[in-house]
Ligand binder design. Structure first.
Ligand SMILES: [Ca+2]
Length: 120
């Protein structure tokens, strides 16, 4: 995290809200930024994210180290995190529409509707 991002998140003592995260430049330009921000709030609540919730989500991005088992960044935790990026409505299923929607978030205007929904 950059100094500006850290300063943005700690500018006052209140827990960061969704909009605070979206003001971080690295997240603002990330096509999945909104989904990543959402993941912080699935660990916590809409009222904000405390330090523990913040770290539990960040841990998912840590590489897996052999002989240092940690359930927060285990292979299964990472897969669940990736799955949740696509499960937009949180029903534990990825529908075709959700898959296409996330695909569009990632490639934007670089792919036509026809290409995105092609099953070939
Ligand atoms: Ca779903």
């Amino acid at each position: 995290m950059t100094d500006s991002a850290q300063a943005e998140l700690s500018r006052d003592n209140s827990a960061p809200l969704r909009d605070d995260f979206l003001r971080i430049p690295e997240l603002a330009i990330n096509p999945l930024g909104d989904r990543i921000v959402h993941s912080f709030f699935t660990e916590g609540s809409e009222d904000g994210v405390n330090f523990r919730q913040f770290m539990r989500t960040l841990a998912k991005f840590r590489p897996i180290k052999e002989h240092q088992a940690n359930q927060l960044n285990s292979r299964e935790a990472k897969l669940k995190f990736a799955f949740n990026m696509y499960d937009l409505d949180g029903d534990n299923m990825i529908s075709r529409e959700e898959l296409l929607s996330v695909l569009h978030m990632m490639v934007g205007a670089n792919i036509s509707e026809e290409q995105a929904s092609s099953s070939n």
